[in-house]
Design a protein around this ligand. Structure first.
Ligand SMILES: *Cc1c(COP(=O)(O)O)cnc(C)c1O
Length: 401
């Protein structure tokens, strides 16, 4: 019999959303007429912006006409029009990247999960605990050893480097899913200096950069001096522009970023990644790239930022509720997530059941994102305004008793 990849045996069971689904289904079966409000899963609810839909339709029409039909994209790196639009977007907040350094992807998850392919199996990995599960799982599948740095109440859920570790890869996510915390420029500078010293590469997941409104906070790791020597940045239009079902993102790889060959020479990170992508990826569909281009137009920016403002209004209602209740939390500002401490020392799953049974609100137990998540709980601002307000009234009633 063909042997399986043994790395899969080291994966932790991914039972989080399965278990949540099971408990919610059981509750609904027992209370079929009640209104449950779901604030658990990190998916958006508002539709695509009108300019985005118009661009996608126009591109679909082009595909139906012989003269404008497009087949395989030559490079698979993304069309120039979109790579230039992304570079222009970076420029709008003061970061210089060239269009050649921008690679269009079908979303951040694929690139976060696949980037490990170009690193040696012997390079260790550093991930924060708690974290988005993709960073750990993809490296465990690849046979690499994962070490954790702790995000805790004491450091505001902003894990900092552990000097005893010498990782090849470091995954950072800011604004963070699940904790909603955002690294300051000073904190990121510490990470960048650490990465340069240890010749590590930082994989910076900036999927939520568009939710930052505080201009003192970094939206890109390339706002930090030295980052071009040690970091790549992975972005997505999923949360920024409602593309969770449309699928488009982009990854920025600085030209000067290098990895080491087995004989001790330097090789371009970009060259290796493009070789990998050329073998396993054929690019993003033309209509979707045109839709993505529309996000970066003046009108597209206005329309997509209005949707983000809608979500952030929800986040405000949520953070005000927890302020009033005197419950500790991170996020809610510059992030669509609120991460709060379960009351009365409850563990995450006990609180999950209490919230479901007594307030009919569904959230995500922090324990599902790592050991430091236990005793903490995540709610998302991606619901409708009406449901968010109602859910917060229920939470207030439940927790001020
Ligand atoms: C939602 C999310 C992404 C985006 O994934 P896509 O594949 O682009 O939909 C990436 N990273 C984190 C941390 C996320 O929460």
């Amino acid at each position: 019999m063909a042997k399986m990849n043994p790395g899969f045996l080291n994966l932790k069971k991914s039972y989080l959303f399965i278990e949540i689904g099971k408990r919610v289904r059981e509750y609904i079966a027992a209370h079929p007429d009640n209104k449950i409000i779901k604030m658990g899963i990190g998916d958006v609810t508002q539709p695509l912006a009108p300019v985005v839909v118009a661009a996608m339709k126009k591109a679909a029409d082009e595909m139906g006409v012989k003269e404008t039909f497009r087949g395989y994209e030559d490079s698979g790196k993304g069309y120039d029009f979109l790579r230039e639009a992304v570079a222009g977007y970076y420029k709008s907040f003061g970061v210089t990247v060239s269009p050649e350094e921008v690679l269009i992807s079908d979303g951040a998850k694929s690139d976060c999960g696949n980037i490990g392919d170009i690193f040696s199996e012997n390079e260790d990995v550093v991930v924060t605990d708690p974290a988005y599960p993709v960073y750990v799982d993809s490296n465990v599948m690849g046979g690499r050893t994962v070490h954790y740095v702790n995000s805790t109440e004491d450091n505001g859920f902003a894990a900092m480097p552990d000097e005893s570790m010498k990782p090849g890869l470091i995954y950072l996510c800011s604004p963070n899913n699940p904790t909603g915390s955002v690294y300051t420029k000073e904190q990121l500078k510490v990470w960048v200096d650490y990465a340069i010293k240890n010749k590590s590469v930082i994989i910076f997941d900036a999927a939520y950069e568009a939710f930052i409104s505080d201009e003192t906070l970094p939206r890109s790791i390339f706002q930090i001096e030295g980052a071009r020597k040690c970091a790549i940045e992975i972005c997505s239009l999923s949360k920024t522009a409602g593309f969770t079902g449309t699928r488009c993102g982009y990854t920025v790889i600085p030209e000067e970023l290098m990895l080491e060959t087995p004989t001790g020479e330097e090789i371009s990170f970009m060259q290796l990644w493009c070789r990998r992508q050329g073998s396993k990826f054929n690019g993003v569909s033309y209509p979707v790239q045109r839709a993505a281009e529309a996000v970066f137009t003046e009108e597209g920016y206005k329309q997509t930022r209005a949707t983000i403002a809608y979500y952030m209004q929800n986040a405000k209602v949520m953070s005000e509720t927890f302020d009033e209740l005197g419950i500790k939390y991170t996020g809610g500002k510059n992030s669509p997530y609120i991460w709060f401490k379960c009351p009365d020392g409850m563990d995450s799953w006990t609180f999950f059941d209490k919230l479901l049974n007594e307030a009919e609100v569904v959230g995500t137990p922090g324990a599902g994102f790592g050991k430091n998540g236990d005793g903490w709980f995540r709610l998302t601002a991606f619901g409708t305004h009406e449901n968010t307000v109602e859910a917060m009234q229920r939470v207030k009633k439940l927790l001020s008793k």
